[in-house]
Design a protein around this ligand. Structure first.
Ligand SMILES: [Zn+2]
Length: 403
């Protein structure tokens, strides 16, 4: 039998029967990642968009259509909490439902089944448009969109990276109301805590916004105070933040010291040295480390240059940078990040997938719905070949168009 052909389930007298089998369907792959380990000869059963059972193929019974694949590893779909663009589109340039859909489609072929469109520091009216677009996209069922990430504009110009410091502003009551106005999905805000008054950070957290430290020159003490206010994450650890030094542990030191906080990493080989990746994962643990892409429009696109505001950005050999050589997000996709971890660090494929699925799900509080192949969770999967390239992706039990 060839991959993709339908296998009909058969009845075995010793196993329990299933009712309403015609509403069920299944997927078979030689290896399936369940609870952190690959198992063989199992079938995932689904009803609509939810995983309803995981059974050994010998125990399959009743007349269930099985989507059969004779090679590959089936893993939970990736959850990318920092996606600036893809497919030639920058979310800042086009904060619309159509753009969100196109960005999602561009990343599906790399195994991403949930994503948070990410707005780089911009004007308040742009933030409002972006939030409205994400709300509408979720309402319309655009596959994978799960909320929004607002990276700025409450950042420190000392660590602006590629952000336009002219867009930076300070938090106030009205801005807190705007940032917490998404009615569907989750909101992640990256801010520099030293640039914000404590009461507004506390208000954001109280409103249900997930807050992460980034583009920050905070002292260790300031970063620790932010964590005490309910901040739970560190955005692209090491990059655009005060470094770890003997007498000044900085934001990086706070990330290492607060064990229950999450830290995201850009594992593209340009942003963070493999030794620094190893150290971060060893210190934070796989369960508190999150792989992100920080992807720009060049991911999943043939066009390899674009404009970010008035800066011309070029993607060369997998690196996005402006004309002065400043890194501008990345050309990274989630599958490449997972491969980089599995091949260039001390951590396994199983660990890498967990950092790309379960860890971000926990950080964003959506792990009741996704992040693992588990009964009751969404049928979001990617199928990897032996080179760890994604060959098929499913969102809500539906195979994506590239598959
Ligand atoms: Zn950034």
């Amino acid at each position: 039998m060839r991959s993709g052909e339908k296998l009909r389930g058969r009845t075995t007298p010793s196993s329990k029967g299933y009712q309403n089998s015609m509403t069920r369907k299944g997927i078979y792959a030689p290896e399936i990642l369940i609870s952190g380990a690959f198992v063989t000869d199992h079938i995932i059963l689904m009803e609509n968009d939810i995983i309803t059972d995981i059974v050994h193929r010998d125990l399959l019974q009743d007349d269930i259509d099985i989507d059969y694949h004779d090679h590959g590893k089936l893993i939970p779909g990736f959850i990318d909490i920092q996606v600036n663009g893809g497919g030639g589109i920058l979310f800042n340039d086009d904060p619309s439902v159509e753009a969100i859909n196109a960005i999602g489609v561009a990343h599906q072929k790399f195994g991403t089944t949930a994503f948070f469109p990410t707005l780089i520091s911009d004007d308040l009216d742009k933030i409002e448009q972006a939030i409205t677009a994400v709300d509408t996209a979720i309402s319309r069922g655009i596959p994978g969109v799960s909320g929004i990430h607002l990276e700025g504009p409450f950042l420190n110009k000392e660590k602006n990276g590629i952000h336009d410091a002219c867009k930076f502003s300070t938090l106030d009551k009205n801005k807190v109301a705007l940032l917490s106005s998404l009615s569907k999905g989750r909101t992640l805000v990256t801010l520099a805590p030293e640039m914000a008054e404590a009461e507004f950070i506390v208000s954001l957290v109280a409103a249900g916004v997930v807050v992460s430290v980034g583009h920050s020159n905070a002292t260790y003490e300031q970063a620790m105070q932010a964590m005490a206010m309910g901040v739970t994450g560190f955005t692209h650890l090491y990059n655009a933040m005060s470094p770890f030094q003997s007498r000044a542990p900085g934001v990086v030191g706070a990330a290492f010291m607060v064990t229950n906080s999450f830290a995201s990493l850009i594992a593209d080989g340009f942003h963070v040295h493999p030794a620094a990746l190893n150290h971060a994962i060893k210190t934070k643990g796989v369960e508190k480390t999150i792989l992100i892409t920080d992807a720009m429009p060049t991911v999943g696109a043939t066009q390899q240059d674009f404009w970010l505001g008035n800066q011309h950005i070029t993607a060369t050999n997998g690196k996005c940078q402006n004309d002065d050589g400043v890194l501008a997000g990345s050309c990274l996709d989630m599958a490449s990040a997972v491969r980089f971890i599995a091949k260039r660090t001390d951590y396994s494929l199983e660990d890498a997938v967990a950092m790309a699925s379960l860890s971000p799900a926990r950080f964003m509080g959506i792990d009741d719905k996704m992040g693992e192949i588990k009964i009751g969770k969404k049928a979001n999967f990617a199928l990897l070949n032996k080179d760890l390239n994604v060959i098929k992706t499913w969102i809500n039990g539906v195979k994506c168009s590239h598959s």
